[in-house]
Design a binder for this molecule. Structure first.
Ligand SMILES: Cc1cc2nc3c(=O)[nH]c(=O)nc-3n(C[C@H](O)[C@H](O)[C@H](O)COP(=O)(O)OP(=O)(O)OC[C@H]3O[C@@H](n4cnc5c(N)ncnc54)[C@H](O)[C@@H]3O)c2cc1C
Length: 535
């Protein structure tokens, strides 16, 4: 039997110390050992039973319940005052056999892997690599759990791949304590697994596109994600370059992603006509406090896999322009993490030498992060056509209201179909600032006020935007979610209310969901919304 330890912790914090927040109970679940229970399905179903018991116990005590993964979200989205379950040890995985597949499925079973929610991106990638497969994309590093990652919609800068949730083919949710409360949800327009597989995980099948897309970015509030079915692809290599780039060139590229006609290119990556080829990944690092300094571009091209490439890990470990939080942390350390000294340094030339060119698989290039400690991250999504306007406005607010201790980056991702995906524009430019947490005082604006100023400026300028659910923002800003999602927040609430009972919708809510006004339950939602549309 799975075994859950109960800790009365009093308070809980995120990985980057954005709390602490009051929390009564932390559950830490360990799976039954494989020596005692060798079958994948027995262990998986045993864990499901344990989660259902925890939910029942919450019901008995009229308390709420929330799973969390690595606590890497910097917003309080993972926090629950009552009871929180740490999923990091729930890391079973199973390959999909041809006879698990839905009869007319267009998926190749070799590409599909079923993971329990607590597998980290690193574990997912390692397991996939052992089968010659790779995730299609990941974030800039690999410590998030798969359950937590899709719940906020994690992304990298893989232009044409989308975010991590866009490779999910099926979701296994636990939505209550009863036998009917384990469901397996997938698209009716693109079924993946057959009813026999669902039966083996004791799940009721719902093939329904609308429900699937609503649950995909579920903010931890669409039930407990127990398992996910991921579509992988054959291993590939990424050739990574970092180069200085003129701000004008960078922004022209950002607004068009027209690499063929750009003045900026990598000579070894041109097509036979001498035009730039489309990269897999494009990211721009920006110093918001020095207009004269060139930007730095990180650009990667996808290559066929071959085994005779040099080990990239030593270079990647040293890489400076890998992910913004790590870069910021190193920069801050050089300036003793003292905010005035640090901000002073940002006024100068901050970008050091470029990294060496390297080649490696996705999991090697987007390697471990080393940075711990207090940090913040502001992350907006805008249509790429608005990149210049959004970036310039952010920089203006940072200079006029700040300065605040952070540097900026731009990343690019195509639209997700998930109802509440923040990568929702046809091509989203992610405008982000990362840095070290600061406290407001006489000489510096508070973080909360700065967050509000940013929103006010964007709204006043008529910029359409979204915000990464796992990042810092003035989440209580009136009408924020309506402004960002139009009608989609209503669609999301409808599906959630149709799938969950009122009691369970409340149990899976938290303060964050109340703050962003997504927790209200719609009593008259038609039940047919969550019908199984393909037997
Ligand atoms: C160093 C660092 C680098 C980052 N880089 C990126 C990046 O490149 N791209 C990007 O998009 N984001 C990035 N982020 C943000 C982070 O990846 C996301 O916030 C992500 O969701 C965190 O995953 P997690 O496993 O830590 O989830 P948590 O933060 O623990 O939880 C996130 C949400 O998922 C829910 N949840 C977790 N597990 C389950 C489950 N089993 N069932 C139901 N709900 C669940 C929680 O309740 C919560 O609502 C970064 C964060 C850090 C600290």
């Amino acid at each position: 039997m799975a075994d859950t330890k109960t800790y009365f912790i009093g308070q809980w914090d995120t990985f980057h110390n954005n709390g602490p927040f009051p929390t009564r109970i932390l559950y830490d679940m360990r799976l039954e050992q494989s020596a005692n229970m060798p079958s994948f399905f027995d262990r998986f179903n045993d864990a499901a039973g344990e989660v259902q018991q925890l939910i029942q116990d919450c019901i008995n005590h009229n308390e709420r319940f929330r799973a969390y993964g690595s606590g890497w979200s910097l917003s309080p989205i993972a926090h629950q005052r009552d009871r929180m379950l740490f999923t990091g040890r729930m890391n079973l995985k199973r390959i999909i056999e041809p006879d698990d597949l839905y009869p007319f499925s267009t998926f190749d079973p070799n590409d599909l892997i079923f993971f329990q929610c607590g597998n980290t991106i690193k574990e997912v990638s390692e397991f996939a690599a052992g089968r010659g497969k790779s995730l299609k994309t990941s974030g800039a590093s690999n410590g998030q759990t798969i359950g937590g990652g899709i719940s906020t919609g994690i992304h990298g800068s893989a232009l044409d791949e989308g975010a991590v949730q866009d490779s999910i083919a099926g979701l296994n949710l636990i939505i209550g304590p009863g036998p009917e409360d384990i469901v397996y949800i997938e698209r009716h327009s693109k079924p993946a697994l057959n009813n026999g597989f669902a039966k083996k995980i004791n799940a009721r099948v719902i093939r329904n596109d609308g429900l699937f897309y609503a649950a995909l970015v579920g903010l931890g509030s669409f039930g407990f994600i127990h398992g996910v079915l991921i579509e992988t692809e054959n291993l590939f290599l990424l050739k990574r370059y970092t180069r200085k780039i003129k701000p004008r060139q960078a922004l022209d590229l950002a607004e068009t992603l027209n690499f063929a006609d750009s003045e900026f290119n990598i000579p070894s990556e041109l097509d036979p006509d001498g035009k730039g080829t489309r990269p897999y990944h494009f990211k721009i690092f920006i110093n918001p406090y020095n207009k004269k300094e060139d930007y730095v571009a990180e650009i990667m091209f996808k290559k066929d896999y071959r085994s005779d490439y040099p080990n990239p890990i030593p270079e990647i470990k040293k890489a400076i322009y890998k992910d913004l939080p790590t870069w910021m942390a190193r920069f801050a350390e050089k300036h003793s993490r003292l905010i005035p000294k640090f901000i002073g340094a940002l006024n100068g030339q901050i970008f050091p030498n470029l990294d060496h060119d390297v080649e490696g698989t996705l999991r090697e290039i987007f390697w471990d992060t080393t940075h711990k400690g207090p940090a913040f991250a502001f992350t907006f999504g805008v249509d790429i056509q608005d990149t210049r306007k959004a970036l310039n406005l952010f920089i203006r607010v940072a200079n006029e209201e700040g300065p605040v201790p952070g540097a900026m980056a731009l990343r690019f991702v195509k639209a997700s179909q998930a109802t509440l995906a923040f990568t929702r524009f046809p091509m989203t430019c992610i405008v982000e600032m990362d840095g070290i947490l600061w406290k407001g005082g006489e000489n510096i604006i508070s973080m909360e006020d700065f967050e509000k100023k940013l929103l006010e400026a964007y709204i006043a300028a008529g910029i359409r935007f979204t915000i990464h659910w796992g990042k810092n923002a003035a989440w209580s800003f009136p009408g924020l979610v309506d402004y960002m999602y139009g009608n989609n927040d209503d669609v999301w609430k409808d599906y959630r209310s149709a799938l969950l009972s009122k009691q369970m919708a409340d149990l899976f809510s938290n303060d964050f969901l109340n703050t962003v006004r997504l927790s209200d339950y719609r009593v008259n939602t038609p039940e047919h919304l969550v019908d199984n549309l393909l037997q």
